[in-house]
Design a protein around this ligand. Structure first.
Ligand code: GBH
Length: 482
């Protein structure tokens, strides 16, 4: 299973769509320009510079707040069909409340959207890619379920009404697991709260309810006139069992249910709700730990039905693969997400590496993941909303070209040979940007950005040339069959 196949000389389907992605905090800069409010990532990077490589932050980043027209030029040159970007909630609503709108922030996104549209590029808009207005963080953030569901609903309604005539593809949340588990569980991401297996579960509960509210608001108030699509981006590695033993297979399935099903099941699975393995294990461990109730909040049957099916396509981010081996249940002691799962994981030392410790090049894993999703969630339409490779920013980025070639080859096999309904692909990222805790030390861009130059000039890398060719020919190699 550790072999990958040669790139195939077949073409991607004619209606397959191609894009690139970024996120507000990672590219915009202008962190307090023209009335923008402070976000939790502004607050976190300014309060704990020692938590970020080189003490860096997104204050300026790629300066896309001022240079968005250049970004649109890059997309146009690639021939991209769409651009996936996120809105900074605190740029539009500085306090997080929908009754105080910052018009300059609205104008920025209106201008970006209109520049995209006039160049034939569809905007794919994410409402929340991790930067929460700090004013809402100060009131407890995502674990404060009642407050955040209401605030997110108001924000989503405003975004649909402001931009929905032009935006036909919405994603409510990007990889909420990073916000919930890294932000409120391990405490390594903003806001830096350590409440592993307690607040991290509450956060996810809020996110799922908030997503469903936004979806229903769209359905009832906007879909009849705007006729777009709404979804939620869920991310996962592929989890490969360490052996053919039933125990290792069960462990790998449990791991993907905790990692992916935690967010995907309630929305995308025909039965809805959290995966049963999470419900059962967390209830049992909570009881043995002396909690009166499960640390995993419960949905009522009405809530299960309300959340179930709130998607118009399956939005998937995936980058890599992890091996999973069965282990004895971890001792009862400190409550936590990893203890709730109780498996052993690693990445194989033979896999090619990137500049990011977690990102190994395992193209066959993505094909297996696509097949698993196809089977588990009843053959949904899948749009890959992120996939990409990190290096140190060189223009001759052969490692990235190879990554795209091999991953896309496996995705194409999933489509043509396995019958998985993948309809679009998004390269992370349009350009080098602020890579969270890694600052500017790991580069994912198709375009290089010179962060030492105040003008932040962008330069196409070899991978941009390759991606451009793939988009125009629908072919991964020199010549494809017709
Ligand atoms: C995505 O996360 C994000 O959506 C995007 O913003 C980001 O820039 C991009 O991918 C590249 O990372 O430091 O070992 O604890 C991908 C999933 C989850 C991978 C958090 C890195 C931290 C691993 N990421 N994870 S570690």
């Amino acid at each position: 299973s550790t072999t990958f196949s040669e790139p195939i000389n077949k073409k991607f389907p004619k209606n397959f769509i191609w894009g690139t992605a970024t996120a507000s905090y990672q590219v915009e800069g202008g962190w307090q320009d023209d009335g923008k409010g402070e976000s939790n990532w502004d607050h976190f990077t300014h309060t704990y510079p020692d938590h970020i490589a080189n003490g860096d932050n997104g204050d300026i980043a790629c300066d896309s707040y001022h240079k968005y027209l250049e970004d649109v030029e890059l997309l146009k040159d690639l021939g991209a069909n769409f651009y996936r970007f996120s809105l900074s909630w605190s740029r539009i609503l500085p306090t997080g409340n929908a009754d105080e709108v910052n018009q300059a922030g609205v104008d920025y996104y209106k201008n970006l959207i209109s520049a995209l549209k006039s160049n034939g590029i569809e905007p794919f808009v994410t409402l929340f890619h991790w930067d929460l207005p700090q004013a809402l963080e100060d009131q407890g953030g995502w674990p404060n379920t009642d407050l955040l569901v209401e605030k997110f609903a108001d924000y989503a309604r405003l975004a649909f009404s402001l931009f929905g005539d032009d935006v036909k593809n919405w994603m409510t949340f990007n990889e909420a697991k990073q916000t919930c588990q890294l932000g409120y569980g391990y405490g390594v991401f903003a806001p830096g709260v350590n409440s592993d297996g307690i607040d991290s579960y509450k956060c996810a509960h809020t996110v799922l309810k908030s997503h469903a509210r936004a979806y229903h608001i769209y359905d009832e108030e906007f879909r009849p006139t705007q006729n777009g699509r709404v979804s939620m981006v869920v991310d996962t590695d592929w989890f490969e069992p360490a052996s053919d033993s039933d125990q290792d297979k069960e462990a790998a399935e449990r791991k993907i249910q905790f990692n992916f099903g935690w967010y995907a099941n309630a929305i995308y699975h025909p039965d809805g709700n959290y995966p049963q393995v999470m419900i059962d294990r967390i209830a049992e461990r909570s009881q043995r730990e002396g909690f009166e109730q499960s640390r995993l909040p419960a949905f009522t049957p009405e809530e299960v039905n309300y959340i179930k099916g709130t998607y118009d396509f399956f939005a998937l981010n995936t980058y890599t693969t992890t091996m999973v081996q069965w282990s004895d249940d971890w001792e009862i002691g400190t409550p936590g997400y990893d203890a709730d799962i109780s498996v052993t994981t690693w990445q194989d030392s033979s896999w090619n590496s990137s500049a990011s410790g977690w990102l190994k090049v395992v193209p066959w894993g993505t094909r297996k993941l696509l097949n698993w999703i196809d089977q588990t969630y009843n053959h949904p339409e899948i749009v890959i909303t992120e996939n990409g490779f990190s290096d140190h920013g060189e223009l001759e980025d052969g490692g990235r070209v190879n990554y795209y070639l091999e991953y896309l080859s496996n995705i194409l096999q999933a489509i043509l040979d396995d019958g998985v309904n993948v309809t679009g692909y998004t390269a992370w990222s349009l350009m080098d940007n602020f890579e969270w805790l890694s600052g500017y030390t790991e580069k994912f861009g198709l375009h290089q950005v010179d962060f030492g130059n105040p003008d932040r000039p962008r330069t196409a890398k070899s991978s941009a040339e390759y991606y451009k060719k793939v988009i125009s020919t629908r072919c991964l190699v020199d010549v494809c069959e017709d």
